[in-house]
Design a binder for this molecule. Structure first.
Ligand code: IMP
Ligand code: MG
Length: 183
């Protein structure tokens, strides 16, 4: 699928559910929380690409203590709105995480499959501690039992787009979070 038409692009944005202002406020609070919790400790923020790229970027700007960032990539969605059910780690971290307190920075916990796989993988490497911060949580959709330590917004079972989250690789560039219109 390729979209080049501006109207076609905008027609699929059903309604904004979390505004830019709401996101900014929550991200600022989250940055403050991390800065307090990890002061004096070696901190590594691990982002799961691609969905969390904007959240990680905005969050790190609100962290006021020394920190490093690392990237992983996982694929569990192909095209469409349904999870494939099998999670593939397509890019791994370069850091030795046994030296760090690790915070996984996620875009959304939906079925929980992706995060459960990532947590399993990282725990084996024995980080000093491991916590999860997610921008969005859809608890109604959970298949694998896993919870975030910090969740900025809990949402109903909508397929959402924007602020890093995509539909078929589009809509990541929206500055807000919107419900996607399937029609
Ligand atoms: P999981 O079902 O918890 O494994 O979610 C895997 C990934 O699917 C998330 O990290 C997102 O990248 C993507 N995802 C889940 N729900 C949505 C959604 O509502 N919009 C866009 N992407 C989603
Ligand atoms: Mg993701």
């Amino acid at each position: 699928m390729q979209i080049t038409d501006k109207n076609e692009f905008h027609n699929k944005i059903k309604r904004v559910i979390i505004t830019e202002e709401q996101i900014n406020k929550a991200v600022e609070d989250a940055g403050r929380l991390i800065s307090e919790e990890y002061e004096g400790k070696p901190l590594l923020l691990v982002s799961v690409l691609k969905g969390a790229f904007i959240f990680l970027s905005d969050l790190t700007k609100r962290v006021t203590i020394p920190c490093e960032i690392g990237f992983m990539a996982a694929k569990s969605y192909f095209e469409g709105t349904e999870s494939s059910g099998n999670v593939q780690i397509t890019m791994d971290l370069s850091q030795d995480i046994s030296k760090y307190h690790v915070v996984i920075v996620e875009d959304i916990i939906d079925t929980g499959r992706t995060l459960a796989e990532i947590v399993k993988l990282l725990k084996v490497r024995e980080p000093k501690s491991l916590k999860i911060m997610t921008l969005l949580d859809k608890p109604d959709r959970r298949i694998v039992k896993i919870d975030a330590d910090w969740s900025l917004f809990t949402i109903p079972d909508y397929f959402v787009i924007g602020y890093g989250l995509d539909y078929g690789e589009y809509y990541r560039n929206l500055p807000y979070i919107a419900e996607f219109s399937a029609e």
